[in-house]
Design a protein. Structure first.
Length: 222
């Protein structure tokens, strides 16, 4: 039984699924969060619910304490890309984007940092999967850009709060990846593979004692 754990939101698809595989191979217990009923591979723990639902967050915390897990990282990978011109969105489409990429990560981060403080843990990473849209405005992606830029600023501010503590925040800003995020759009076939991006993310955990990775931009070749 592993007691070192990593929480990965959006572990059922795309980048989150690839990261879950890599962390499991490194001996971590993966605590995954997604809305769909997942077939849990191996010993992975699946919490079903939206990451923006306080009940889901409570379930994550309860499960971690019940199993005595030590959470070394929270990876906020869940995200939805409802794109289109402002004026054409439904309220539900806007909520889906903001819930998965901004409200949910903030709620879950708050709960995990509280837990780390209570158990006086000696290290911990919050890893936010953002996008190049966190720093480059794109027409047709206003809601998505707002959510990603908002989470980037939350993470940057939290890193300052955490200065001098054993905890920190890493921002990951990938360009296009070939995942179900694109709902089968053929243009995604030329995008990056999640295995390439996930390996780069994993390396950021191997920071040296006096050096820290804070922001990683991963762009497509060519
Ligand atoms: N693909 C790209 O080109 C690209 C580029 C830059 C950044 N990103 C970012 O990278 C991250 C991963 O994207 P991906 O390409 O791997 O997407 P994906 O294959 O569509 O996977 C998204 C995951 O998020 C989960 N999810 C969505 N909303 C959720 C919610 N409210 N609560 C809990 N889980 C939720 C989904 O599961 P359920 O549907 O079951 O909830 C799924 O597991 C996202 O944050 C995305 O914005 C993607």
């Amino acid at each position: 039984m592993h007691n070192k754990a990593v929480i990965i939101t959006g572990h059922t698809s795309g980048l989150g699924a690839e990261l879950a595989k890599l962390f499991e191979a490194r001996g971590y217990m993966v605590v995954g969060v997604s809305r769909s009923r997942a077939t849990t591979a191996g010993s992975r723990i699946h919490i079903q619910g939206s990451v923006a639902d306080p009940h889901t967050i409570d379930q994550v915390v309860t499960e971690i304490s019940r199993r005595g897990l030590i959470v070394e990282a929270l990876i906020n990978s869940a995200g939805i890309g409802n794109f289109g011109p402002v004026g054409d969105y439904t309220a539900a489409q806007i909520s889906d984007v903001i819930d998965s990429s901004l409200t949910g990560p903030i709620l879950l981060t708050n709960a995990i940092v509280k837990m780390w403080n209570q158990v006086k843990q000696d290290s911990g990473y919050i890893v936010n999967i953002l996008s190049t849209a966190a720093f480059t405005a794109r027409g047709g992606e206003a809601v998505y850009c707002a959510a990603k830029a908002g989470l980037k600023m939350f993470g940057d501010a939290l890193r300052l709060q955490m200065k001098g503590s054993p905890f920190t925040v890493i921002n990951i800003m990938p360009g296009g990846m070939n995942t179900p995020f694109w709902s089968g759009d053929p243009k995604a076939s030329s995008f990056m593979s999640v295995s390439d991006v996930a390996l780069i993310i994993l390396q950021s955990f191997d920071s040296r004692p006096t050096a820290l990775v804070t922001d990683i931009v991963v762009n497509r070749r060519g």
